[in-house]
Design a protein around this ligand. Structure first.
Ligand code: AMP
Ligand code: ZN
Length: 111
């Protein structure tokens, strides 16, 4: 998929509206449109990688930075506790093929 067809590239470019939670030079975070917890944020690199394995191979530092951003959000929202999910592959529930970390926090989560 080229970047011009990618939903999250369009969100990062501001072509589709989103509720921004955090941004810096490399990374953007916004509220999930269908939240599964009181706080459900998606963290994406501005650069397009299809999934977390491609990101780990291509730019491990960016992946580590996304974890730092998740921690920061959870520190603000819920004393540093959070769940971090990377759905990878259609059969695991990945529906957008621009790597994104789901951060679930803001309340006690079911096990
Ligand atoms: P996944 O199924 O892991 O690929 O996650 C994709 C996520 O993107 C889902 O949790 C959707 O609710 C979310 N999503 C889809 N479209 C939008 C949008 N326009 N703004 C915010 N979140 C979205
Ligand atoms: Zn993209």
């Amino acid at each position: 998929m080229s970047d011009s067809d990618c939903l999250f590239c369009k969100i990062i470019a501001g072509e589709i509206p989103s509720e921004k939670v955090y941004e810096d030079d490399t990374t953007y975070a916004f509220k999930d449109i269908n939240p599964k917890a009181r706080v459900h944020v998606l963290i994406v690199p501005r650069a397009h990688y299809a999934n977390v394995a491609e990101l780990a191979t291509g730019d491990a530092g960016q992946l580590a930075h996304m974890v730092e951003v998740a921690q920061r959000i959870a520190d603000d929202e819920f004393h540093g506790a959070y769940r971090l999910i990377f759905n990878t592959g259609l059969d695991a529930g990945q529906s957008v093929f621009h790597v994104h970390a789901h951060v679930l926090t803001g309340e006690k989560l079911d096990e």
